[in-house]
Structures are given as C-alpha cells and as structure tokens.
Design a binder for this molecule. Sequence first.
Ligand code: ADP
Ligand code: MG
Length: 351
Amino acid sequence: MHVTDNRSMSVLFLLFSLPAFLLFFSCEKDPGAPIVRQGTAMNTYVGVSIYDSGTDRGIANAWIDSAFAEIKRVEGMATDYSDTSQVGRINALAGLDSVQTSPELIALVRLGLHYGKMSNGAFDIAIKPLVKVWDFLGATPHVPSKEEIQAKLPLIDDHLVSIAGDKVYLPRRGMGIDLGAYGKGYAIDRAVQLLRRAGYKELIVDIGGKLGIYWEGTQMLDSTAADVSIRHPRRSGEYLGSFRMGTGAVSTSGDYERFFIENGIRYHHLLDPTTGYSMRGIVSVTLVTPDATWADALSTIVFLLGRDKGMELIKKSPGVDGMIVYESADTLALDFTAGFRRRFVMAESHD
Ligand code: ADP
Ligand code: MG
C-alpha cells in the first residue's frame, strides 16, 4: 500500500473495470428484533428499518407504510419522469406558460439554484435536456451525436429559471429542470423526520444507497450505531472499506452508478453543463453530513467541482466529513478529510 500523507491521505491499489454498486450497511448493535422493510421508489430500492427494542410490530409497520408513502409523495411532486408532477408540468410548459407550485416545491427549486451558485454553475438544475439526450435510465444508452449535444447547451442555464410568487417559469421551449441530484436525500430527510415524530429512536432510511440515520444519543462519526460499507467503484461485489456512524446522513455520488462503456470510454450520469459530456476527474465522492438533502447535494456538487475545489468546499462546510476517490494512472487513490481518515477502515484486500 502506498501512502502519501499531506493533509489528505492517498491510498493506491489496482484498478479493475467491473461495475459495482454503492454501499450497504449493517447494524452493529444487537437490535433484538429489527423491523426491516424494502420497496422501490425514485428508480431505485428503498429500505426503511426500525431497531427500537420492544416495538409493537403492527404499529411500526403502519408507520413504515407512512414513511414509504412520504417518499412516494416527494417523488410524485419532484420527479421529472412524469408530465403530471409539479416538476413535470413546469418542464412541459417551458417556453409557454408558468406553473403554480407548492411552497415545498418552490423551496426545493430555490435550494437547487443556491447549489448552482455555490458551485459556480457546475451544478445546474436546468440540466434536464442533456439528461434526456443521454438517457442513462433507458434500455440502451449510447453516446449522442455532437450536434445533439451542442443543440442542448444553450438551454442549460439555471439563471433562466424564473420564480414569481408561487409560480415557476422556464422561458425557453425545450428547457427542463431535474432535481435528481438531491431529491433522494430530501425524501430520506422527510421519512426520517416522520419516523422520529412517531417516537422511534433508532432507525435507518436507505434510498439507493444514500442513508439517513437517527440513533438517539449518537453523533455522525462518533458512534457505533451502524457499520456502513462503501462498495468498490470498480470491483463487483467488493468493498473499498467501511466506517461507523450514528445520527446523520451519508451519500455517495459516483461514475459507477448509472453508466455505460462505449469504445472503452466510461460515460456516466454526472454531466458537465458546459461541454454536455460526463464530468471527468473523480470516480466517487462519499460524504457524511448532518442531513441527507445536504449529503446528496454536496456529494454531487463535489463530484462536479473536481478534486481540488471539491475538497476545499468539503473542508469549509461545517459538520461534513468524507472522501474523494479518483483515478491515478491504473490505480485508484483516495483523499480524506481528517475526521473520515480516522474512521474509514480500508478493506483488507486493498493492502
Ligand atoms: P444518484 O442519485 O444516481 O446516486 P447523484 O445524487 O449524484 O446520483 O445525482 C445524479 C443526478 O443528478 C443525475 O441523474 C441527474 O439527474 C442530475 N445531474 C447530472 N448532472 C448534473 C449537473 N451538472 N447539475 C445538477 N444535476 C445534475
Ligand atoms: Mg446527489
């Protein structure tokens, strides 16, 4: 293992090209009888687990039903894969008319515009036309023609998104907003809040590998509530390592979540609004933050900003810890924050 110790530590190991998934978690403490339920929403799997001991299973299951319903409600409001959601209507009426929206949706859009400013435009909720052209969720995604991409670039500009009172308007035909980079995190926060209000004190909500954890009396990286394992970005079925965490959230944004390889080149779903192609430079970003909206948003923002500016932003964000994984020749290398370096245990096979 090659270790460079400046303010961040780099750990190098061999790189393979198999796809891998994101992360899983396991409960560290003997939970008695946890109630663990799984479903699907937001184009991925959803897991809701309650670990409180002495829980009435019938009541807990009813609350978990409500948590799933809340996640579906957020999806129904914010998805851009429907013409009837609020976002879908905004997009369908681009260049034609403004759309009346709920205060909650307006707040989410404003949050996205704020992320855009914070990232100097690398993060742009008006990315939808490009996402559509690339169609990473489609059956056979392929590289679009240069012309197709060029034609979309003038539409990718969140400064054009106009909010007046409770109305949102996209002034150009073909424009579209996409809140996919923080929608899962937001849904996690809503579900965690609902279960907390119901009185549960030990719970985990997992949407596609992004986690919201509430474990009373614990703090982010200072506890033993859950062991979170990070999937290896290039080796199917293997893990990069793991860490322990308590109340807080964790999100990974990576080039191995939605991608395809064409002519030996990896194309993935995190797009550079200025070129129209996948953003290069980082393999994955894993962040631990107090809430899941922020974890989801910031992991995407850091990915889009690149290593240097990304790590700068992580370090100046209060209560955020994590790591950036990147390629270095034929190896992977890791940059850690000091807090995460102390907590992250590399999987043995990488020594
Ligand atoms: P995932 O939710 O798949 O784990 P992310 O949270 O990183 O991954 O979000 C990825 C999504 O962000 C993409 O599917 C797309 O909808 C959206 N997106 C892609 N590029 C950008 C961008 N430059 N700015 C804002 N959102 C983006
Ligand atoms: Mg995200």
